[in-house]
Design a protein around this ligand. Structure first.
Ligand code: ANZ
Length: 819
């Protein structure tokens, strides 16, 4: 018999599915909402490198799941598309002059081809690409809705700017080097410059983004990351007056407001720290300290917030020369500046409590500032005994006047009440979440559909969308921090959309790559609609997404942004559910052989095309699922891949045997029903590796037969179909069934037949039968011996005696030889 001809088989069935549009989905009103499923993959950025083995991992899992659901009668929406705006194509355009559209579309063609070669059951009629005009028409439409709702605004924001490249850089394009921050491209110096940016008010949705998490079936780790990112904290704002004679011009200034989550530690505040950018800094700095302060402020401009917040970094700072007054005890305390205080959080100023905050402790010890204990571990602890390290844990207030003895939580509440009564502070909630910087000074993105006219912005009318990207001469930035679009005079200059005939200037910033992926789950539902983002009835039928699968690298930003837009669209009445993705699964990373990261430099990158060419798509699919649990990280193993190929080859060779209408033997029937049960449950749970093992067990059983009983072979082919769809279609056709098996009903199992046959085993002591026990047929020796030793009758006979030997004959007897 000829070798398993996977390549022919795979081409044949891919053509069949395509020609027959086997996996096309329509909103079928006869299928109720409970029996429809929306299963979504995170769509890829079509990079020049093509597909890597990480892509097919998630795609195979969802494909198996979707095929399984279809066979069980569900109406399944399973689309694929491309996140096709983005930096690499633009950078390539800067270097070569090739239009990013050309590069991008070539890459998309290659990706599509590679994805199709793996036999995924996507409904290709629904393919979307975010860079296409009929797609970004609606991205712009959503932007205008955000703008109308007051959720988009302009602000001056410090951005990384590179003089040499003449452009603004994203955080990930800036490297920290010993010579300061440098551009990743070209290693040029960069600095932070305030630039005009479009912002989206995601902070207005902070509480809802937080609360919504409780309703989602997502990995706890991802929810925790989102919670941390949103970073809601409760505390108090407290105003510290300036010491009038210790501050230049002190009496004219109102004081320093701080945000603290620990108002209970107010008596322990021994100094204050302002962010170097704090507006009070130049006003309170004494002339003696001015030079040092200015130098420090300048140095801070070169640092990112991330770098500044690193806990392990040695603390730096400078004294301003000024003093404030602690309002609880009227003590004069010095005011410092330091870069670990961020201007963008709270009030940009803190009261430092070195006794109970680790960063403050590090700072105070470095600069020899006083440390006071104001929280004791217990009421017995001596309040005078000094601290040995910062003690952030709660306890009982000490050295805190009238609040002494209160447990931390009570002290927080009581001191906050007191602050409010005195009018020097109030309860405050803060979020780490910042508004979203939504503009990019780039060419290859969605134009922001606004026109500026005499200092005001006007929306491009809805009937003039999409506002298309003009062709440009060159993609290099203008050198002014503006996007290359600013150089296209004929596009930039236009009439003000308000009908006044005044001259206007188009917004030249474009949207970030995140924009398109914020709502693609909606466009798949009705991708060709020219009148609306999607038909409301179709949105209602399919939403929310039941299962969303993708990499954990999108744990925060993409998932938060997409949830934010979805909630805004919910408020606008466009969608009727306020969370887009009910269940989220992150596939684990695939590492290189030996467990190291796959990387070009290590030369251990596996190319899916090579695997498909050598072993076939079905082998690739099953291997990636058989490597280990979907959610876990796992190393590539060529040996493992060969093993899977052999398994499929063995399945193929079974066709050498005649298919008969004979009843299968009892054992084979039992294995079949167990297999159906396990594959059904495991596929449903996405435990795909164990489902595959069980199919291997059934194949081994079939090898013990001389013929293939149709009543076993037929359901086996159905089970195999989601996993190795090409081979399954071929086997199905070979036994004369009408194609496609991909849409044939899923096999049923009989619970009774999945139970192991029970057998009576006799239990003997010194050869005499003393008891009997019922066990599943085929129970192994060790289990039999353990169970027998626990039998009460047997225990009576062997108690106090020495067991010299135990004879175990599976399915028959256990004999204890005692002395
Ligand atoms: C006094 C204090 C005593 C603090 C103590 C902590 C422990 P979260 O929980 O993250 O909200 N803080 C306030 N604004 C800051 C800023 N702009 N940059 C850096 N740190 C800032 O943290 C709030 C705490 O972080 C605040 O409470 C403040 O230090 C500091 F035993 O105030 B705390």
């Amino acid at each position: 018999m000829k070798k398993y001809p996977f390549s022919e088989i795979e081409k044949k069935w891919q053509r069949y599915w395509e020609e027959n549009r086997t996996f096309r989905t329509v909103e079928d009103p006869s299928v109720p909402k409970e029996r429809r499923r929306y299963v979504l993959d995170m769509f890829p950025y079509p990079s020049a490198a093509g597909l890597h083995v990480g892509h097919p991992e998630g795609y195979t899992a969802t494909d198996i799941y979707c095929r399984f659901l279809r066979m069980r009668g569900f109406n399944v929406l399973h689309p694929m598309g491309f996140d096709s705006f983005g930096l690499p194509a633009e950078n390539y355009a800067i270097q070569t002059g090739t239009h990013p559209r050309k590069t991008t579309e070539e890459n998309i063609d290659r990706f599509r081809e590679q994805i199709k070669n793996l036999g995924f059951s996507y409904d290709w009629d629904r393919e979307v690409s975010t860079h296409k005009e009929d797609y970004y028409h609606w991205t712009q439409w959503i932007f205008l809705k955000l703008w109308e709702k007051g959720l988009a605004y302009v602000a001056e924001i410090p951005m990384w700017y590179c003089e040499e490249l003449g452009t603004v850089l994203a955080n990930e394009e800036v490297l920290t080097t010993p010579d300061g921050p440098r551009s990743e491209r070209g290693n040029h110096p960069v600095e932070r410059r305030p630039l005009r940016q479009w912002m989206l008010r995601i902070t207005e949705y902070a509480d809802r983004l937080l609360e919504g998490l409780d309703t989602l079936d997502w990995p706890e780790s991802i929810k925790a990351m989102q919670r941390n990112w949103i970073g809601r904290s409760e505390g108090a704002n407290v105003r510290f007056p300036l010491a009038p004679d210790a501050v230049p011009g002190g009496t004219a200034l109102s004081g320093i407001e701080v945000y603290t989550t620990r108002p209970d530690t107010l008596f322990g505040a021994t100094y204050m720290v302002l962010a170097p950018e704090h507006p009070l800094v130049p006003q309170i700095t004494t002339s003696a300290q001015a030079d040092q302060v200015q130098a420090y402020v300048a140095a801070t401009r070169l640092k990112s917030d991330l770098e500044r917040s690193e806990l392990s970094r040695e603390k730096t700072g400078v004294f301003t020369g000024a003093f404030a007054i602690n309002p609880v005890n009227q003590e004069q305390i010095p005011i410092w500046i330091s870069d670990y205080i961020l201007i963008s959080y709270g009030t940009g100023a803190i009261m430092a409590v070195p006794g109970h905050d680790e960063r403050d402790w590090a700072f105070a010890t470095r600069f020899e500032l006083p440390i006071k204990k104001v929280v004791a571990r217990s009421l017995q602890e001596d309040p005078r005994e000094p601290l040995e390290a910062a003690r952030p844990e709660p306890g009982f207030s000490v050295n805190s006047g009238a609040f002494d003895g209160l447990p931390t939580e009570d002290a927080k509440a009581r001191i906050t009440d007191w602050l409010e009564e005195e009018g020097i502070g109030e309860k405050t909630v803060n979020y780490k979440l910042r508004d979203w910087i939504f503009s990019r000074q780039r060419y290859w993105g969605e134009p922001i559909p606004l026109v500026e006219c005499e200092g005001e912005y006007y929306p491009v009318p809805y009937d003039q969308l999409p506002l298309t990207l003009p062709e440009v001469e060159k993609y290099t930035p203008t050198g002014t921090g503006e996007s290359p679009l600013a150089a296209v005079e004929s596009w930039v200059n236009c009439e003000c959309p308000d009908g006044s005939g005044r001259p206007g200037r188009r917004e030249t910033n474009t949207m970030p790559q995140w924009a398109g992926s914020c709502w693609y789950h909606l466009r798949y539902i009705d991708p060709h609609n020219a009148q609306a983002l999607a038909d409301p009835e179709k949105l209602d039928y399919w939403l929310p997404v039941d299962l969303y699968v993708g990499g954990a690298e999108h744990a925060v930003l993409h998932l938060l942004y997409a949830r934010f837009w979805h909630k805004v669209l919910y408020d606008l009445g466009i969608v009727s559910c306020d969370e887009p993705f009910t269940r989220l699964v992150n596939q684990g990373m695939i590492l290189g052989e030996g467990g190291v990261k796959m990387s070009k430099s290590l030369g251990n990158v596996i190319n899916p095309d090579d695997v498909v060419a050598r072993y076939g798509a079905d082998s690739m699919r099953i291997y990636e699922m058989f490597m280990g649990p979907l959610r876990q990280e796992k190393p590539w193993s060529t040996q493992g891949l060969v093993g899977v190929y052999r398994f499929l080859d063995r399945v193929w060779r079974l066709t050498e045997r005649p298919v008969t209408e004979d009843e299968p033997g009892e054992n084979l029937l039992r294995v079949l029903h167990k297999t159906i049960r396990k594959v059904t449950h495991d596929t449903d749970e996405l435990a795909l590796n164990t489902a595959i093992s069980q199919m291997m067990i059934l194949v081994n059983e079939l090898y013990k037969e001389e013929t293939l009983p149709r009543s076993v072979w037929d359901p086996f082919i159905r089970l195999l179909s989601p996993y190795a769809p090409h081979l399954a279609e071929e086997l199905w056709e070979m036994i004369g069934n009408p194609a496609p098996v991909s849409l044939a009903p899923w096999p049923q199992y009989d619970e009774a037949l999945t139970q192991d046959e029970q057998i009576t085993v006799v239990l003997q002591v010194n050869g005499k039968v003393r008891a009997r026990m019922e066990v599943p047929a085929g129970t192994d020796k060790a289990t039999l011996q353990t169970c027998a030793a626990q039998n009460a009758r047997i225990q009576e006979f062997i108690e106090g005696k020495e067991v010299v030997k135990v004879v175990v004959v599976p399915d028959k007897l256990v004999n204890f030889v005692v002395r």
